[in-house]
Design a protein around this ligand. Structure first.
Ligand code: HEC
Length: 137
């Protein structure tokens, strides 16, 4: 009996992810497919897209600071996004999750014309994919 209790405890520890940012675990392969929705506007890896800021190394980056997009001036970031960055918004995994679930709820005057991902699994998967292009993981 003692052993089985110990065994159960070990199983419970093994099943608990080190960081529990999300209720569900993300899968980068599945996230690649979800990213097709984002990739219309955002470059990542070697792809380049002009509509949105490049998302290489976005995890850990201050909002509104991607150099090429910033260089576009008023045709790049919205004033609201730059303000959010100055106010201290950093793209942690938690903040990206909040952002992609409903961009206009987080930053009402954003230029990102995207209604949001509704499923927690899709959000976790797309973040797992984006993370593979960020050095800060
Ligand atoms: C219709 C084009 C479009 C789509 C689709 C889109 N985005 Fe964006 N995204 C933008 C634009 C434009 C901005 C800049 C917003 C601003 O400045 O207000 C942005 C900003 C961002 C930022 C902040 C980056 C920074 O440098 O501060 C993140 C993170 C982001 N998008 C992630 C995503 C993800 C993940 C998806 C897919 C689930 C997605 N976006 C879908 C256009 C888009």
């Amino acid at each position: 009996m003692v052993w089985s209790v110990r065994y159960m405890a070990l199983v419970a520890v093994a099943l608990t992810p080190a960081t529990q940012a999300f209720a569900v675990d993300g899968n980068a392969d599945a996230g690649k497919k979800v990213f097709l929705k984002c990739g219309v506007c955002h470059g990542i890896g070697d792809t380049k897209k002009p509509v949105g800021p490049n998302l290489n190394n976005v995890v850990g980056r201050t909002a509104g600071t991607q150099a090429e997009f910033l260089a576009k001036g008023s045709s790049g970031y919205s004033a609201a996004m730059i303000e959010a960055g100055k106010g201290g918004l950093v793209w942690t995994e938690e903040n990206i999750a909040k952002w992609v679930s409903d961009p206009k709820k987080m930053i009402p005057k954003t230029k990102m014309a995207f209604p949001g991902l509704k499923k927690d699994q899709e959000i976790a998967d797309v973040i797992a994919y984006i993370k593979t292009f960020s050095t800060q993981q």
